[in-house]
Design a protein around this ligand. Structure first.
Ligand code: HAM
Length: 449
């Protein structure tokens, strides 16, 4: 086989085109999120893709990988330091403050869907441009809000027909109890300093909690024996978390307490969570060696390992970004990861209505007329197929056949002059001639039979 030539221009590493065959998954995810958002009273918000760099360095945290390594930051011609948004929460909080949403009835509930940018090492399920949908509830400290957002994300994934969903949940305390835990964790980690990766050795100084987030193999055994924050929560954080879990129990949502879940962003307080789609088959496949199974195993492992959604409480962010002290809770789902999980699980989407009619034309005048007719069908909400680029009737009929339509309408010069059109039954090959004026109504009746 001849080797395929690499095109001169390709999409950038970690960035990808969303081709027509994938748009339907994106749309399905958008639609499912929107339906739930409408029901639960979340208003949709779209914020700019570019923001002041400081919004994220301050909001997300200087010690986080997102700010330290992954931001697309540059100076504009006007000298402003700007960043392609790596996440949505800081922008939503900025908008909440900027538009004086504090004067609205609280809590304010907002949701969004759009592209985000992180200069990550591209690997399975990790891109440099990716899409998220997020839900934020700003202005309520109650644990019931934590439970409602977790429920919403679980239900969106369930309605997208994903199975074996599991919620990993933890509480990372607040300004009262976390400083003590951080010191405790810091001294434990310092005792294991030499066995940690270079990044973690730095993290101990900046924020030891970030070590718990490390994915390096060599750090895992140290992380797994580290002191657990759940043992050191203050009374208020403990009660808050207990209540969240009671709500989840009552809703029958499956969760798993993960004392080392801290999430990669600095703004969280108290509850944090992530949702995974665990793949049972992964275990069943065992060590079958065929290449296909090996590939399947790899995709399964990527899907099982990557969180489909994650979020938590962020009671200090509004104040940190210049607003009044305002509690909040939110989460975001990764659209590409959900699409991959849906494809892997072979989840079928409801098909868009396939056209049952093909419109064929022969000659310049007929082409002009057919253009008008196509629009008439569209307004009547009758899907039709056509090929304006093909001039020969034979090739148009061949295409109509391939598309499996029931009828082809044929318009030639003679028919245009007479105000007529031919209806061809594609199964029987029988043809009849009829008035163009009433064709849309006639066809509507025919295909509804
Ligand atoms: P996050 O966990 O960084 O949280 O991102 C949320 C989701 O986005 C992840 O669970 C994952 O599915 C997807 N995601 C993140 N990074 C990538 C990537 N490089 N490639 C593909 N998918 C990715 C946040 O962004 C928070 N703002 C969520 C939040 C909202 N917390 C409170 N409110």
């Amino acid at each position: 086989m001849p080797r395929k030539k690499t095109p001169k221009f390709q999409s950038l590493t970690g960035m990808h085109d969303i081709l027509p065959e994938d748009q339907k998954y994106f749309y399905e995810i958008y639609k499912t999120a929107k339906n739930i958002a409408d029901f639960y009273g979340f208003g949709e918000i779209t914020t700019p893709i570019l923001e002041q760099a400081e919004l994220f360095s301050r909001g997300v945290g200087m010690a986080t990988d997102v700010v330290k390594k992954q931001m697309y930051t540059f100076r504009t011609k006007g000298g402003e330091l700007v960043t392609l948004r790596p996440e949505g929460t800081a922008s939503i909080v900025r908008a909440y403050i900027e538009h004086g949403m504090r004067t609205l009835p609280q809590p304010v509930k907002l949701w969004y869907f759009g592209p985000f940018f992180r200069y990550e090492k591209p690997q399975g399920g990790r891109y440099r441009q990716f899409w998220q949908f997020g839900f934020e509830i700003i202005g309520d400290a109650s644990p019931v809000e934590d439970a409602q957002v977790i429920l919403i994300f679980y239900k969106i994934l369930e309605e997208l027909k994903l199975k074996n969903l599991i919620i990993q949940i933890n509480s990372i305390g607040d300004h009262q109890c976390r400083p003590y835990y951080k010191r405790l964790l810091g001294s434990y980690l310092r005792a294991h300093h030499s066995s940690l990766c270079a990044d973690c050795r730095r993290r101990i100084k900046e924020n030891p909690l970030r070590v718990l987030d490390c994915k390096e193999e060599k750090c895992q055994s140290i992380i797994n024996s580290a002191p657990q924050i759940l043992d050191h929560l203050c009374r208020e954080c403990h009660d808050h978390f207990k209540e969240v879990l009671e709500y989840l129990d009552n809703l029958g949502l499956p969760y798993h307490l993960n004392p080392y879940l801290v999430r990669g962003l600095d703004y969280y307080t108290r509850t944090v969570f992530e949702i995974f789609a665990e793949q049972e088959e992964f275990h069943e496949l065992g060590d079958q060696e065929s290449k296909n199974n090996q590939e399947k195993k790899e995709s399964l492992s990527i899907i099982s390992k990557n969180a489909l959604a994650g979020g938590g409480r962020y009671d200090t962010l509004v104040k940190l970004l210049g607003g009044k002290e305002t509690p909040a809770f939110g989460a975001a789902g990764g659209v590409e990861r959900i699409v991959e999980a849906m494809k892997f699980a072979k989840i079928k989407l409801a098909r868009t209505q396939k056209p049952k009619i093909f419109l064929a034309q022969l000659g310049k005048q007929a082409k002009r007329e057919i253009l008008r007719l196509i629009e008439e069908f569209r307004q009547a909400k009758v899907p039709v197929a056509f090929s304006l680029s093909k001039d020969s009737l034979k090739s148009q009929l061949k295409l109509a056949d391939r598309l499996g339509v029931k009828y082809t309408l044929i318009l030639g010069q003679k028919e245009v002059v007479e105000g007529k059109i031919i209806i061809r039954n594609m199964q029987t090959g029988k043809q009849k001639i009829t008035a163009t004026k009433t064709i849309v109504q006639e066809m509507k009746k025919k295909i509804s039979k």
